[in-house]
Ligand binder design. Structure first.
Ligand code: IMP
Length: 181
């Protein structure tokens, strides 16, 4: 089976490729610059992007939206994760968290469509924001996120992402569902 992953993020694409290949699913990348709907929910954003991508590509596809949610900041940066990273960087996020509870959660929503309905698959991983920027692997917030039960950041140990990241968990549900058809 071959489906299209609409994303401009090569890191997301290679993570998805590795996991979905295990389910016998080949993916191709369509780097469409999709405008995201303004919403607090990764599910709603992914659903809107899937429909927009389908209106352009007209073939089975999925999109993915994710974000880092920090309870001590009332869920911020959440849906603003990409913007915050661009404007403040990981240094800025560490500054925002000085003296605060560093618990955090990554959330991911995958939206799959073949044109009619949109099916959603979600995943999350709890953890904490590190005290400093550590590691060179991965992308985005990986150098400042330590998943629950671990000591290293995702950027120091990118293989952790294959088994327990928010995206891996959503991709596993997606892969299982597609392989049952
Ligand atoms: P979006 O889903 O592309 O809008 O991503 C939101 C922001 O979260 C971007 O800045 C990503 O780099 C970041 N992000 C998404 N997934 C991950 C991840 O697995 N690790 C680290 N940062 C991530």
């Amino acid at each position: 089976m071959e489906i299209c992953f609409s994303t401009t993020n090569n890191g997301k694409f290679s993570e998805a490729q590795k996991i979905l290949n295990k389910y016998g699913i080949n993916i191709t990348q369509a780097p469409l610059p999709l405008e995201e709907k303004r919403s607090e929910s990764v599910e709603e954003i992914a659903e809107g992007c899937a429909l927009r991508a389908y209106s352009i590509l007209r073939k089975p596809l999925f999109v993915e939206d994710s974000g880092l949610f920090v309870p001590a900041l009332n869920g911020f940066p959440g849906a603003y994760s990409a913007w915050v990273l661009k404007k403040l960087g990981n240094e800025g996020v560490l500054r925002l968290l000085e003296g605060k509870n560093r618990e955090a959660e990554f959330r991911c929503a995958i939206a799959f469509t073949e044109g009619k309905e949109v099916r959603l698959f979600t995943g999350s991983v709890g953890g904490r924001v590190s005290e400093s920027i550590r590691g060179n692997g991965g992308f985005g917030y990986d150098p400042v996120f330590i998943p629950e039960g671990e000591e290293k950041t995702f950027a120091e140990e990118p293989s952790l992402k294959d088994s327990l990241s928010h995206r891996a968990r959503a991709l596993q549900k997606f892969g299982e569902s597609l392989s049952k058809r």
